[in-house]
Design a protein around this ligand. Structure first.
Ligand code: PAF
Length: 290
């Protein structure tokens, strides 16, 4: 029977009781509007723990002014149903005041890793993510926390926080789950009109083009980037970035700079008004269906 909890203290006690009962605890933080990508995280969590906690919280501090906080899709009942099916033990869905009670003043800010790529276009976003994830880890006390690799920079930022603050948790990055035609699953895909849904494939086509060139032996960052950009331009309404970067430090590479044997290609673009992101680590990830 899955518990649905809104009170932070009660949720903390449920996780503590599971630990005291000898169960490993895993945490899957989400913002809800769950899709197969999230459920894959929950099922993977089950392989690592006897008690799986999922959180559904649309975190206001990671949205900038003019972003989609107010219209971000919310469907707690539907989410709960899906999580029950995935065998989750506890769903924590707090109101904003529970996560940010009056008087709170603390933020977690990561340095250089949070600056390029999405960091350059969404000021304060990763501070909001790092803060809420640190709070959720503190409440849950998990052995393992799982995040999707689609939010690649987020995953690296969270790994940095955990390392820098000596948090006793293993962070697992889970491969991006894609639709049959390759579109990366995202809660924001539901904003797309049928025409935009077709055009959104430009992102994965960009990744495929860069991967094909990389597989053919190309290592110049600029060439890999151009191959991706050419595809993305065909479907996107506007592009925040199409970048090739170091896969761990996230420093952006361009021109004739060689990328080495592993390189990140990361894309953020709007299709209509919907901002989509996608990425591929060349030399590490595959775009083929599993
Ligand atoms: O990836 C998300 O859904 C969110 O950024 C997260 C990690 C749940 C923090 O709010």
């Amino acid at each position: 029977m899955m518990q649905i909890l809104q009170d932070a203290r009660v949720f903390r006690e449920a996780c503590a009781a599971a630990r005291q009962g000898g169960r490993r605890v895993a945490l899957v933080p989400t913002m809800g509007a769950l899709h197969e990508g999230h459920l894959t995280l929950a099922r993977e969590a089950r392989r690592h723990a006897g008690f799986v906690a999922t959180t559904v919280f649309v975190n206001p501090t990671q949205f900038g002014p003019g972003e989609d906080l107010a219209r971000y899709p919310r469907d707690l009942e539907g989410d709960a149903e899906k999580l029950r099916g995935a065998g989750v033990d506890a769903l924590f869905a707090p109101p904003v005041e529970a996560m940010y009670p009056e008087g709170e003043q603390t933020r977690v800010r990561v340095g250089a890793l949070a600056e390029p790529l999405c960091g350059a276009f969404r000021p304060g976003h990763f501070e909001g993510v790092a803060t809420v994830v640190t709070k959720l880890l503190a409440l849950t006390g998990p052995c393992t926390a799982l995040f999707g690799r689609k939010d690649y920079q987020q995953l690296q930022v969270i790994r940095r926080v955990v390392q820098d603050l000596w948090l006793p948790v293993e962070v697992l990055g889970v491969p991006t789950v894609r639709e049959a035609d390759g579109l990366a699953m995202s809660s924001r895909n539901r904003y797309l009109t049928p025409d935009e849904r077709g055009r959104a494939l430009a992102l994965v086509r960009g990744l495929r083009a860069a991967a094909a060139l990389f597989d053919a032996g190309e290592r110049r960052a600029g060439r890999l980037r151009e191959a991706a950009l050419e595809q993305v331009q065909q479907g996107a309404s506007s592009i925040d970035y199409v970048s090739v970067a170091h896969p761990r430090q996230l420093t952006v590479l361009d021109g004739d700079t060689p990328v080495g044997e592993v390189a990140l290609v990361a894309i953020a673009a709007r299709v209509g008004t919907t901002r989509l992101i996608d990425n591929l680590v060349l030399g590490e990830d595959t775009l083929e269906a599993p």
